[in-house]
Each structure stands twice: as structure tokens, then as C-alpha cells.
Design a protein around this ligand. Sequence first.
Ligand code: MN
Length: 244
Amino acid sequence: MIDFHCHLDLYREPRIVVEECISRRVFVLAVTTTPSAFAGTRALVGDAARVRVALGLHPQLAHERQGELALFDQLLPEARYLGEVGLDGSPELKHTWASQIAVFRHVLNAAQNASGRIISIHSRRAAKEVVQELQQCPRTGIAVLHWYSGSLRDLRSAIDIGCWFSVGPAMVRSKSGIELIKVMPKDRVLTETDGPFVTVEDEPAYPWDAEIAEHGLARVWQCSVVEVRQLIRGNLLRLTEMKL
Ligand code: MN
């Protein structure tokens, strides 16, 4: 099982969730929302074999935490994965757009100058702008668009520039999500949960709820869940072994 976008540090009892991930052998990319959360999340994860920690600065916090970019730069050499970063074009965040762009550009340029990273990217209501920024920074590494919900047209542009996609429980349950999944290249798809922000039956989603995404992908791709698992695992292996 693979959860390529989860906020492990934000569960009420994060250590229990980590232990459960270890015993269930779930691969987790633990994204963070601020550079100052990186050290604590690494301490939380400890030496858990299949859990990786990503260095992030969430677009919803960009205007408050822009000052942490110096810390971001300082931690970048230790981080193979970046996230959660990106842009959010929701109306209530419009007033923070300038900060969002400044932070995202900083992150992409830093990744590019550091010879590339694997980056989990938020693009809610800003798919077009995220793709434009990535086009300006062609050597950032591998961009994994998490919970993509933009237009088909922007999805095609994202595919053209080499983006990957992580698909979660909410996406496989929505009609528009399914239409998008159909267009994504199967060899660039991973599963995720975005827990604990996403809920499953009124409970926060846990990394092993990536199973819901596996079942959804099996329906869309018309194959067995076992085949989905093999495919996603193969994708993850290719991604993690890629020379950036
Ligand atoms: Mn998230």
C-alpha cells in the first residue's frame, strides 16, 4: 500500500499512526506544511523503513510563513522530497496570491539549483498557473500533482511536461475525478489519502485508506486490485530510483 501524500504529523495521535503504518508495511510520503515542522516530523517518523518526510510550505500558509524560506533553503540539502507546496486559487486566498507565487517560485528555483527533487504539489483552482510555473522551471525534478482537480486541458499540459499524479479516496468517488484519472498515464499514477484532512466515514483518512483509491483505480482501469497494486508499486520504485 502506498500513501504518497499524507500529513502524518497532524493526526491527533501521530505516533500510533506511524506504528500502524510500520506494521501494515505502508509506504508513506509524510508531507509537511511549514519548514519548521520538518525536524519534528522526522523525529516522529524515526527510522520507520517505508516512511519518507517531505519538506514543504503549504500555499495556504505562504503569506504567514514566507519568512521560513531561509529555513527551507537550509534544510533542502537533507530533503529528497518536497511538499506540500504549490498554489491555491480559491477566492478566500486571493489576497495571498503574491506571497503564494513568491514562495512557489522560490521552491521551484531552489529545487532546480539543487539538481532536482520529487515534489508533491497542491494545485486547487490553480492548475493552469502551477503548470505555467513548472514550465518556467523545467529541471525541478519530478512534479507529482496531488489530488489534481483542474481542467482536462490543463491536465494534458501537465502530462506533456512530465508530471506524475497522486490519486486519493475523494477523487475516485467523484465523476469529474474519474474523467481525469482516465486521461492520466497509468505509469505516472500513485495513490494517496491527504489524511487527516480527508475523511472516510466521518473519521480522518489513515494511510491504509489508500486502499479506497486502489479499488477506485481498479474500477476505472477495469483490472483487479492486485494488478493496481503491482502497477502502483512498480511506479513508486521507478520514481524513487530515478536519477534527478
Ligand atoms: Mn495535503
